[in-house]
Design a protein around this ligand. Structure first.
Ligand SMILES: Cc1ncc(COP(=O)(O)O)c(C=O)c1O
Length: 481
């Protein structure tokens, strides 16, 4: 079992951390110096974050039943009060207590010149708890794109192998797939995704099933897609993949912090997400899940061959044991991926802190809130613009998320006018102080892509914000028609 060797490598604090014993022990305390790298990366630097701003923290929120609860949640954030920010799908905003924590640790690290050659076991443990997986399966990556790149580069794909994916993927997945195609001769096949409210989860499964061939090795899809906010049915697609012995890779950029998913229950092999969008962690952070054991109830298939292509944790001699074929991991593969040269104690402390904030508020409570708002938004869109304007699903609860895309103009020809849509989004910002974004994508049966708008509803929003954006868009779109 190679696990002890990894720890031997990463838990040599005085030499590997590159700081003097005096400096290290002086800052962290002698107990911490013997506690291992996991402790170095987390608790010993944990001077309580001194809340700036309102002084409110996630530990001092009113009871969730209080009418003031979500307003208090909003006050945890330092978003510009003059702007209604509804583009969380692009980037989130860390709560004050997270910023304070990052700032404090940055300063302590600077004062002590502390290095962090670590696999950050303590941060992974806290994060894994919130995502329903084990620490040996959870890597804090740099972002979704980083996670997707490491997954695709780490799979043992060869010439002629097919990746079955969709026509609504983000470059975060498309680029590493293109690299596998151009470097290895891997073939990329795409199913064309329908848009709007007319689909059910089963329709997507049928689409993928029809496209699987004897050469298909990987099923790769975004859930939700960033184009239309369609939450492809992950569990059902994972089951389909298991039936055909395929590896599942989910671009889950928008999952962490939005959906209260238990990653084990999803039954997938890999999921890459952002920690800086809906999870509102520090910039340049992501969540990468790698199934590291056989989970009889959710994914009984053997683990796919996988190599940690960017790693300082992988042993320079002797390799790793075979991946587990049972319920217990044969080694901590996440530690191999997490250990890459000198890391950032401050950023990692921020990720740990924001995971704790989310756990304190309650991930299910957050999911219910953000989906409640997006459902309200869709109902209002249907009332004003009609159901045909929706490019996101509405009626099948298995397909919805907190991203909503719709056509804002009453003339159907305007979906081909990307400039007009861009102008609307700009005017919404300039004249109403509301930030959303455009979304462009191919549509089945249309020679040209459609250009619509996308609105994100998150935990710092309330119903009144949804009504405000709808009213502003209604007025503006009529003015521009
Ligand atoms: C579906 C999807 N994948 C990947 C990305 C890239 O995300 P990141 O900046 O975390 O790499 C995005 C960004 O919006 C996205 O929407």
């Amino acid at each position: 079992m190679a696990l002890p060797r990894l720890h031997a490598r990463t838990s040599t604090p005085r030499s590997a951390l590159g700081v003097s014993r005096r400096g290290f022990v002086g800052l962290l305390g002698a107990g911490a110096a013997t506690a291992g790298v996991g402790a170095v990366a987390g608790a010993p630097l944990a001077h309580a974050a001194t809340p700036s701003g309102s002084g409110l923290t996630s530990a001092s929120l009113p009871a969730p039943s209080s009418p003031a609860y979500w307003d208090a949640v909003r006050r945890l954030f330092m978003l510009d009060k003059d702007i209604l920010f509804m583009n969380v799908g692009t980037v989130g905003s860390p709560p004050r207590e997270v910023l304070d924590r990052v700032d404090n640790v940055h300063r302590e690290v600077a004062a002590g010149a502390i290095a962090a050659y670590s696999n950050f076991a303590d941060v992974r443990e806290v994060a894994a708890r919130g995502y329903g997986c084990d620490p040996d399966e959870l890597v804090v990556s740099h972002n979704t794109s980083d996670g997707m790149s490491k997954i695709i580069a780490g799979l043992a794909l060869k010439e002629g192998d097919e990746i079955l994916t969709t026509n609504h993927e983000h470059s975060g997945g498309n680029v590493p797939m293109a690299l596998a195609r151009d470097r290895l001769g891997v073939v990329i096949k795409r199913v064309a995704l329908p848009v709007g409210n007319d689909q059910r989860a089963e329709d997507y499964v049928a689409l993928f099933r029809k496209a699987i061939t004897s050469r298909t090795k990987v099923l790769l899809f975004s859930a939700p897609t960033y184009k239309t906010g369609t939450m492809l049915p992950i569990r059902m697609l994972a089951k389909l993949a298991q039936e055909y012995g395929l590896t599942t890779v989910v671009d889950g950029a928008h999952i962490p912090g939005m959906m209260a998913y238990d990653f084990h229950e999803l039954g997938v092999d890999f999921l890459a997400g952002s920690a800086a969008k809906w999870q509102c962690g520090p910039g340049g952070t992501g969540i990468l899940y790698i199934r590291n054991k056989v989970i009889a109830a959710h994914n009984p298939n053997p683990l796919p061959e996988f190599w940690p292509v960017v790693s300082s944790g992988y042993p320079s001699e002797g390799g790793r044991p075979a991946r587990s074929n049972g319920p217990t991991a044969s080694y901590d593969i996440a530690a191999d991926l997490q250990s890459v040269g000198n890391g950032s104690l401050a950023v990692m402390a921020g990720v740990r802190e924001v995971c704790e904030v989310w756990d304190r508020i309650g991930r299910q409570r957050i999911q219910d809130h953000v989906l409640g708002l997006s459902s309200h938004l869709r109902e209002l869109v249907v009332e004003r613009w009609g159901v045909k304007s929706l490019y996101s699903p509405k009626d099948d609860p298995r397909l919805v998320c907190a991203l909503t895309s719709f056509a804002p103009f009453s003339d159907p020809r305007d979906v081909f006018d990307g400039q007009k849509t861009t102008k609307l989004v700009q005017r919404l910002k300039d004249e109403y102080g509301i930030v959303i974004r455009t979304s462009d994508f191919p549509v089945i049966g249309s020679a040209k892509p459609h250009s619509v708008i996308r609105v994100s509803t998150h935990l710092f929003h309330q119903k009144a914000d949804v009504e405000r954006v709808v009213n502003a868009l209604w007025t503006l779109s009529r003015d521009m028609s």
